[in-house]
Structures are given as C-alpha cells and as structure tokens.
Design a binder for this molecule. Structure first.
Ligand code: HEM
Length: 165
C-alpha cells in the first residue's frame, strides 16, 4: 500500500510540475479553511487540567469550534472570509496574522486524522487526471449554500460543466 502511494506520488509530481503542485496545495488548504468538513473537535478531560486561567476537573467535555477559528478576522485578518489561497504561500504558520497555529481541518495532536496525507494526495491526483483531459467550470445552476449534516457540504450539490480538451 505504502509503495503504491509512493509510486503514485512520484508520477503525480512528474505530471503536475512542482509549481502547480504547490498552487493546488494552497487551494486545497484554503477550501479546507473556509469549508472545513469537520466543524468541531471534541475532547474530554481525563484528569484535572489547566487551560490558560481556567482549571477543569476530570470528565469535562470541551468543544473546539474549528469553523469559527478558521473564519476569525483576529486570527486571519480582515479578509478572513475571502477565498485567498495565496495566504498559504509561505506555509500554514505564516498564513495567520501573528504566525499562530489556527488551521485544524484534520484536527491536531495525538488523534489527528490519520487519513490527511491520503486525502490531500487523492484530491491532487484526481485533479491532475481531470486537468489532463478536461477544462471545467461551475454550472450556472450552482447555488452557494454550504450546509452541515455531520460534515460541511454543498446543500444542492456542486454541478460542474466539463469540456474535453
Ligand atoms: C478531507 C478529508 C478529511 C478530513 C477533513 C478529515 C478530518 C478529520 C478530523 C477533524 C478528525 C478528528 C481529529 C481529532 O480529533 O483531532 C479525523 C480523524 C480521523 N480520520 Fe479523517 N479526515 C479526512 C479524511 C480521512 C481519510 C481519507 C481517512 C482514512 C483513509 C480518515 C481517517 C480518519 C481516522 C481513522 C480518524 C480517527 C483518528 C484517531 O482518533 O486517532 N480521514 N479526520
């Protein structure tokens, strides 16, 4: 499985060229920032814990609202709600105003998503395969209605028009 992924990565890099590869990474990060599929992370304290000035006893359920953090102008700047992939041009830390870590589409810490590299690679490979054969554009039927049922997704789907190259 690992070897297969390595071979696929190698070929996708050759097909894509590095500049395009990093541009696609920035675009995927920006999509994951604005429309994080997981809107909230939860953790339960298993012992007395200190978070800033607050002490929590064991058994407290804590929620981290990823979507709010990803849209906070105090963290990302006044353009926080705009789609601007270039904010990630110098990496995740430099994308925020004060260089603070605030990008959690895959969670963080010991329980971080084990599928994150797979998911990003799959998206890049899918795009690279499509772009070799098609141009595409959003259909005029598309309605921008992000919607959360378990995960964030477009309420009325994402109709796309493909044109064979
Ligand atoms: C865009 C795609 C994906 C997103 C946004 C996503 C997001 C997340 C998030 C937010 C968590 C919780 C992390 C935490 O609590 O800190 C998680 C956990 C997890 N994800 Fe993903 N995920 C994605 C794709 C995948 C894929 C493709 C797989 C498997 C191939 C996968 C497998 C898992 C597993 C097994 C966990 C639980 C890890 C643990 O509790 O130790 N995910 N994911």
């Amino acid at each position: 499985m690992f070897l297969k992924l390595l071979i696929l990565t190698f070929f996708s890099l050759i097909f894509l060229d590095f500049k395009f590869y990093f541009q696609v990474t920035m675009i995927l990060y920006e999509v994951l920032r604005l429309y994080s599929p997981a809107v909230m992370l939860t953790r339960r304290t298993y012992k007395t814990m200190q978070l800033g000035d607050v002490t929590f006893p064991p058994g407290v359920l804590l929620g981290m609202p990823i979507l709010f953090i990803h849209h906070d102008p105090d963290i990302w700047g006044s353009d926080a709600t705009e789609f601007k992939p270039t904010r990630f041009a110098e990496g995740i830390l430099k994308a925020t105003k004060n260089g603070q870590l605030a990008f959690f589409p895959f969670g963080w810490g010991p329980r971080i998503c084990i599928g994150q590299n797979f998911a990003l690679l799959e998206a890049k490979m899918g795009l690279s395969m499509i772009l070799q054969n098609f141009k595409f554009e959003l259909s005029e039927k598309y309605q921008h209605t992000p919607y959360t049922v378990v995960t964030v997704h477009p309420e009325h789907g994402a109709p796309i028009k493909f044109h064979r190259l």
